[in-house]
Design a protein around this ligand. Structure first.
Ligand SMILES: [Zn+2]
Length: 416
């Protein structure tokens, strides 16, 4: 059981698209590139749609069986903490340890003194192989890093130990995530985070820092592409350096949580992972749920009526739906279609506004972001929604597979 060099996290709110998602990986394998599928679902998603980690395991196992996938695959306990991990242990073999809430938990004066004296060998100039600039590590720099990340890496250790004890020798993949915060971590900070994780004996397989720029839900990256490129490249070099210096697995790799669809970054990431011949984990979420709406709208029948009723309700519950995601949304309410305008929309018009095709003049990222948060409404519709999924499974499945294949796998892993 091994997480391949390339791996892709796929989310599926309602657990109906697993086999269509897997078909995208199978077609990629036929082209000679293996990508390990990882089905991920966070505690928050489970709570919103009243599902359990067992349902993700079942979906993954069923998809693999029905499609005859004989390679590795994983079920990811996505963004778990010490408080939520227990319910995920049995069903999961990939754990994303979310320690973001422990970042910036300061050390006491004596803890800090102890930390600085134990790490005095790091004071001075730090050179990372492949990076031209030299980092100057002063007492100030190291104190700030300790205040920011010491407790967070301790937290990763506690969660990891908890899983290890419960798993009783069974293997599992370890990801550490710090991406759900406001401030990005610099490559120098990543270096010391890895140092701290190695001191805490957390055998990290993949690490998800917060990158520069905005990673809004379901839409493209907003930020300085050049700054992202430099940071991503330096992060790769820091990881390569840390593998040797701190004794991590030679397969340690970056994980990029995109909240779906950071298309402008894919060519950059593709070029750099090829340049350094390194692996990458990409985590998407919510993509398949939006493809469900696209498929329903394309049906032009009762599926379209369902998709339209979800938007109408989302519009009236805007605050409630968007408030948990304020750091990852950028919706201009003026640009959302009004109820009157929306009433006239055909299925095709709906699809063109929602589908992430930036070349389409009717594409509306505000509409898309709001619907990205609206899966709670589909859940409330219960069997009525699921019946529409079943009725329109072919057209939905076609969209689900095509989206993963053409918009994610091709540009990121195949350079197409
Ligand atoms: Zn994340």
């Amino acid at each position: 059981m091994k997480l391949g060099k390339y791996s892709l996290g796929i989310g599926d709110r309602f657990a109906h698209q697993g086999h269509y998602q897997l078909q995208a990986f199978m077609e990629t394998l036929e082209r000679g590139v293996e990508i390990t599928p990882v089905w991920n679902k966070s505690n928050r998603e489970h709570q919103t749609v009243s599902s359990s980690p067992d349902s993700v395991r079942k979906e993954a196992n069923d998809a693999v069986k029905s499609q005859g996938w004989s390679n590795d695959y994983f079920v990811d306990a996505d963004h778990i903490t010490l408080g939520t991990v227990d319910g995920f242990i049995e069903a999961s073999d990939f754990f994303t340890l979310d320690v973001a809430d422990k970042i910036n938990e300061p050390l006491t004066r004596s803890e800090l003194e102890l930390f600085l004296s134990a790490h005095h060998q790091y004071f001075g100039e730090l050179k990372i192989k492949g990076i031209d600039e030299t980092f100057l590590v002063t007492e100030d720099v190291l104190s700030q890093i300790a205040h920011k990340f010491y407790k967070a890496t301790r937290a990763a250790c506690f969660i990891y130990d908890r899983i290890r004890k419960c798993k009783q020798g069974l293997p599992f993949v370890v990801e550490v995530s710090m991406d759900e915060v406001d401030d990005p971590q610099s490559p120098l900070e990543l270096y010391f985070i890895l140092m701290l994780l190695s001191e805490n004996k957390v055998p990290v397989d993949t690490i998800a820092p917060k990158f520069t720029g905005r990673f809004n839900k379901g839409v493209d990256y907003e930020g300085d592409i050049i700054a992202f490129e430099k940071e991503f490249e330096q992060d790769i070099l820091v990881i390569n350096h840390a593998i040797h210096q701190f004794g991590f697995s030679p397969h340690l790799k970056l994980s990029v949580h995109t909240g779906s669809d950071k298309f402008s970054l894919y060519p950059i990431m593709h070029r750099l992972i090829k340049k350094y011949d390194v692996g990458l984990h990409l985590k998407t979420a919510g993509t398949s749920w939006l493809e469900e709406l696209i498929g329903l709208a394309e049906s032009e029948g009762s599926g379209l009526a369902m998709a339209k009723s979800i938007y109408n309700e989302a519009l009236s519950r805007f605050e409630e739906l968007t408030s948990p995601y304020t750091t990852v949304l950028n919706i201009d309410e003026q640009k959302l279609p009004s109820v009157e305008e929306f009433r006239q929309w055909s299925g095709e018009r709906f699809v063109r506004a929602l589908r992430h095709d930036q070349n389409d003049e009717l594409y509306n990222p505000h509409f898309r972001q709001l619907l990205h948060t609206a899966y709670k409404i589909a859940h409330e519709k219960g069997g009525e929604y699921l019946d529409e999924l079943k009725k329109n499974h072919q057209i939905i499945g076609f969209n689900v597979k095509l989206n993963i294949q053409q918009r994610h796998i091709n540009p990121l892993f195949l350079g197409l």
